[in-house]
Unconditional design. Structure first.
Length: 190
């Protein structure tokens, strides 16, 4: 039986692709993360979709009876895109409202491989942590080296003086789901 959403239940927000990508490891690891979220009594906050990696995260969480909160912009909700096992679906006016609502509901953020939307989310979170009082944990999961070139770009930004060396502390990069979840768990148990 699913538990009701209450603030004392910590929530982990997962950003990832609406597509599965060309490597099975991406969806396999996404589903594993969803399972770990559910097994450990956390809520899953995500974009609400049923396809690709998004659907895999939700499926893993649902199998472990996690409370799943999906946030979808009005234009994306045609009734067929949302995950059938979702506990709470919130329809918001637009993408900006969705991002804001996901930040409000979540205690930590894990970013898996994804497309351009996921890339925008990564940069936005880093900028929020740099420029605003947004201190929630941000973990980038570099599954199968997916984000290697992006991490090189981050290092270039720092080495050329467009960011400070301490800005590397604004995000954590790990190579696998176990390390990502353990980092989140350590932070959320404080």
């Amino acid at each position: 039986m699913k538990v009701s959403y209450m603030r004392e239940h910590k929530s982990i927000c997962v950003y990832c692709g609406t597509r599965a990508g060309k490597k099975q490891i991406f969806t396999k690891e996404a589903k594993k993360l969803g399972s770990m979220i559910g097994e450990n009594g956390f809520n899953l906050v995500y974009e609400g979709g049923s396809h690709g990696m998004m659907g895999a995260v939700a499926e893993g969480a649902a199998e472990k009876e996690a409370y799943i909160i999906g946030i979808m912009p009005k234009e994306s909700n045609d009734g067929e895109n949302s995950f059938s096992g979702i506990s709470q679906l919130e329809i918001v006016p637009d993408m900006l409202s969705r991002k804001k609502r996901m930040r409000e509901l979540s205690d930590a953020f894990i970013l898996l491989p994804g497309g351009f939307g996921t890339m925008v989310d990564i940069f936005e979170f880093i900028a929020l942590r740099q420029n605003e009082n947004f201190q929630k944990l941000l973990i980038i999961v570099n599954i199968d080296g997916y984000y290697d070139k992006l991490i090189e770009t981050f290092n270039l930004v720092i080495s050329t003086g467009f960011a400070e060396k301490e800005h590397k502390k604004l995000y954590k990069v790990v190579d696998n789901i176990d390390d990502a979840f353990n980092a989140a768990l350590k932070e959320l148990k404080k």
